[in-house]
Write a protein that binds this ligand. Structure first.
Ligand code: F0G
Length: 444
């Protein structure tokens, strides 16, 4: 699909962002020149996927597209049972309701916004067990998504394994900057959790990107295909939630998968309450067909090389301009360190929110905040103060060219040059849940 890009003037952009309460989520997309808000649902589908869309079987029950979807999940990921959902958070809702009891602890390799909220709404408490390096934008650790097994062991000793329904493992870790988990770490985690009879639930939203990093960086995997590595990662876990809007190259869709019949049975019952019948889960038949094809395309070596390669191209340009970014460069985007970019703002003046607004004013490029606003509040009402205060430049798959990447880097460098003059923000409207989506701000 080709679409026209609209260019705007700085005056128009200043008005647009003010009207949007300095929140890039509240901009109209027609005012955006290059859209790096997210890689979620924004990738371009292939000719094969569009052909699949034409073969939608829109029967209410037992659509053939559901069986193609199930076959793809079994073939490429190896999970036995599939529950389709409208997107990732639909799967998180059902999985959390099935597995978490009030008072449970859910350890994970860094939080993700919707994942943690569903864990909390089900009565659980999230505990961060990612390695310390993940919270340091300068650490060059090649697998910053890894779990610190000592942190996990402390939780098991303190609360007992019975209070831990599962360990929540994301590949790659979004909030750390798209950072991968190593196969060795997953294997160590598997032996530990097997001993303590704790499940591993896999947030596999960007598993193919994680597999690419394993292929590039981990000993013994250079000659393995992404397809083989993805399958091996999944084999070390007991079930999964997936937002198919990322790796799987579709505009909408997701699923929950499990190897356990009991969990499947309960989830299959809940899905009819919240999403739709268990053979469509809130999706049209055509959407399921596009996911089945997208899963297959996502494990193509050349595709991942081009995809992550484009992100690296942008990251290296930013580094050349002296812009502080999270290193190593991650899988789905560039994460600019807003604390280092705007050191004159403290975290309560929302440096990342401010910077995202400023980049939009400069160039019409839309990015998003991944800092204190995204982190939200604890169930007791206190703010979380995350160490990472980042602006995410998320690259949709198969959409933009390297020339767009050049424009993005140049625009960011321009803001970097005038960074001392940038003023912070105050929050003037805060919704109760996932505030980053709808909060409004004014200039200080
Ligand atoms: N898990 C991860 C790691 C994600 O990145 C997302 C979505 C979800 C779960 C939830 O999936 O949106 O389909 O309901 N991330 C998007 C983003 C919103 O922009 O990073 P969803």
């Amino acid at each position: 699909m080709v679409e026209l890009l609209k260019m705007t003037t700085a005056t128009q952009r200043k008005k647009a962002i003010r009207d949007a309460g300095y929140n890039t989520f509240l901009l109209k997309s027609e005012d955006v020149y290059i859209d790096l808000l997210t890689d979620s649902g924004t990738s371009a589908m292939s000719d094969r996927q569009w052909a699949g869309m034409m073969r939608g079987d829109e029967a209410y029950a037992g659509s053939r597209n559901y069986y193609n979807f199930e076959n793809a999940v079994r073939k490429y990921y190896g999970y036995k049972y599939l529950i389709p959902t409208h997107q990732g958070r639909g799967a998180e809702n059902i999985l959390s309701k099935v597995l978490i009891k009030k008072g449970d602890i859910v350890p994970g390799n860094m939080y993700f916004t919707t994942t943690r909220l569903h864990q909390e709404l089900a009565g659980g408490t999230f505990a961060d067990i990612i390695i310390d390096e993940a919270h340091d934008p300068h650490s060059l650790h090649p697998f910053k998504g890894n779990v610190d097994l000592e942190k996990l062991d402390k939780l098991v000793k303190k609360y007992g394994a019975k209070k831990i329904p599962y360990v929540s493992i994301a590949t790659t870790v979004n909030m750390a900057g798209g950072q991968p988990v190593s196969m060795k770490n997953l294997k160590d985690l598997r032996s530990y959790t097997r001993k303590h009879r704790i499940r591993i639930i896999h947030d596999m939203t960007r598993v193919a990107e994680n597999a690419y990093f394993i292929q590039q960086r981990e000993k013994g995997y250079q000659n393995k295909s992404i397809k083989e590595i993805v399958f091996e990662i999944c084999s070390l876990t007991d079930g999964a939630t997936m937002s198919a809007k990322k790796d799987a190259l579709v505009n909408i869709g997701g699923f929950m998968a499990t190897n356990e019949w009991d969990v499947f049975e309960e989830a299959r019952n809940l899905v009819v309450v919240y999403e739709g019948l268990h053979t469509y889960g809130g999706l049209a038949g055509r959407d399921m067909e596009a996911i089945a094809i997208g899963i297959e395309e996502s494990v193509n070596d050349k595709h991942q090389q081009a995809r992550v390669g484009q992100v690296e191209y942008l990251g290296n340009k930013m580094i050349d301009y002296g812009i502080p970014i999270v290193k190593p460069i991650g899988g789905h985007g560039i994460f600019v360190d807003a604390k280092a970019f705007l050191p004159h703002l403290n975290q309560d003046q929302y440096p990342a929110q401010t910077l995202a607004a400023e980049i939009f004013i400069e160039s019409g490029v839309r990015t998003m905040e991944r800092g204190i606003v995204s982190a939200g509040r604890k169930p007791n009402g206190d703010n979380y103060y995350p160490k990472l205060e980042l602006v995410r430049f998320t690259i949709p798959r198969r959409v933009y060219t390297q020339a767009h990447m050049d424009v993005i880097a140049e625009a960011t460098a321009e803001v970097f040059r005038r960074r001392n003059k940038v003023r912070g923000l105050k929050m003037v409207y805060e919704p109760k849940y996932l505030r980053f989506f709808q909060a409004r701000f004014e200039h200080l």
